[in-house]
Design a protein around this ligand. Structure first.
Ligand SMILES: Nc1ncnc2c1ncn2[C@@H]1O[C@H](COP(=O)(O)OP(=O)(O)OP(=O)(O)O)[C@@H](O)[C@H]1O
Ligand SMILES: [Mg+2]
Length: 250
C-alpha cells in the first residue's frame, strides 16, 4: 500500500509541476514580455526550485520502484563510450557553472555491455554530478571505462574533500548526506547513490568507492562483460549422451 501510495502521489505531483515549469519557461522566453531584473530573478528562483522538486519526485519514484522490485531494464548491447559521452554532454552546463573541466578517458578497446542505456546514463550522471558538486571551483573531474578481467570498469574521479572511511558504509543508503559545511551548501536529496546502487545491482554489477580524505574520491562501477559460456556435461562412459547448456550474461 505504501508503494502504491508513493507512486500515485508522485505521478499526481509530476503533472502540475511539469505545467508550472512550462509556464515559467514561457515567461522567460516570451519576447512580448519585458521582465525587469527583479522579476526575472524571481522567475529564475521559481524555475530552479521547480526543477529541484521534479528531481526529488523522480528520485522518490525510482526508489519506491526499486523497493517494490518493479524496476524494468531494457537490456541491449551498448558501447560504454556512448552512455558516458551522453552523460558528460548532459552535465556540461553544470560543470561550466562551477568552472570544472571534465576529462573523458574511455579505452578504445572497452568491450560492449548488456545494459539499459538510459539507466546507465542516469548512473554516470549521478556520479558526475556528485563529483562536480564536491570539487573545488576550477577543479578537474575524470570519467573513464576499460575492460578488466571479463568485466567492464567505469569510474568517476574528483579531487575534492573525499570521504572518511567511517562514512563509506552509509553513502549508498537512502537520504544519506554526510555532514559538513560544503555538503550543506550544495543542494541534493541524498538519494542519488542509493538509486545508482539499485540500478547497478539490478544489472548484476557492483558499485564502490575509493577515497583518501582531503584528496578526492573515485566511484567505480563493475559491470559484467557480455559472455557466453557453454557448459558441457558428459558422464564419461563410451557412447554417453552429451548435454550442453548455454548461459548468456547477465
Ligand atoms: N564525490 C564525492 N565527494 C565527497 N562526498 C560525496 C561524493 N559523492 C557523494 N558524497 C557524499 O555522499 C552523499 C550522498 O550522495 P548522493 O548522491 O546519494 O546524494 P546527494 O548528491 O546529496 O543528492 P542527490 O544525488 O539525490 O541530488 C552526499 O551528500 C555527500 O555527502
Ligand atoms: Mg548526488
Amino acid at each position: 500500500m505504501k508503494t502504491e501510495f508513493v507512486s500515485t502521489v508522485s505521478h499526481e505531483l509530476r503533472t502540475p509541476l511539469a505545467s508550472i515549469k512550462g509556464s515559467l519557461h514561457l515567461l522567460l522566453s516570451d519576447e512580448g514580455l519585458v521582465l525587469d531584473e527583479t522579476q526575472r530573478h524571481l522567475v529564475d528562483i521559481s524555475l530552479k526550485n521547480t526543477d529541484r522538486l521534479i528531481r526529488l519526485i523522480n528520485n522518490i519514484l525510482d526508489i519506491s520502484k526499486m523497493e517494490a522490485g518493479h524496476i524494468h531494464l531494457d537490456l541491449a548491447l551498448h558501447r560504454p563510450v556512448d552512455f558516458v559521452e551522453m552523460a558528460v554532454e548532459g552535465i556540461k552546463g553544470f560543470a561550466e557553472s562551477r568552472t570544472i573541466a571534465i576529462e573523458s578517458e574511455v579505452a578504445p578497446d572497452t568491450p560492449e555491455v548488456r545494459v539499459d542505456f538510459d539507466r546507465m546514463v542516469q548512473v554516470v550522471t549521478n556520479l558526475l554530478s556528485n563529483a562536480i558538486k564536491f570539487s573545488p571551483e576550477r577543479g578537474r573531474v575524470e570519467v573513464g571505462a576499460r575492460g578488466a578481467g571479463g568485466q567492464v570498469e567505469i569510474w568517476v574521479t574528483d579531487h575534492g574533500q573525499g570521504i572518511a572511511p567511517e562514512d563509506v558504509g552509509r553513502l549508498f543508503k537512502k537520504f544519506q548526506q554526510l555532514d559538513g559545511r560544503t555538503v550543506r551548501a550544495v543542494s541534493g536529496t541524498g538519494l542519488g547513490l542509493a538509486i545508482c546502487r539499485g540500478i547497478v545491482e539490478e544489472h548484476g554489477g557492483r558499485i564502490g568507492v575509493e577515497s583518501q580524505p582531503g584528496q578526492g574520491a573515485t566511484f567505480i562501477l563493475d559491470l559484467p562483460g557480455d559472455y557466453v559460456v557453454e557448459l558441457i556435461v558428459n558422464d564419461g562412459t563410451v557412447g554417453s549422451a552429451v548435454d550442453s547448456v548455454t548461459i548468456t550474461s547477465p
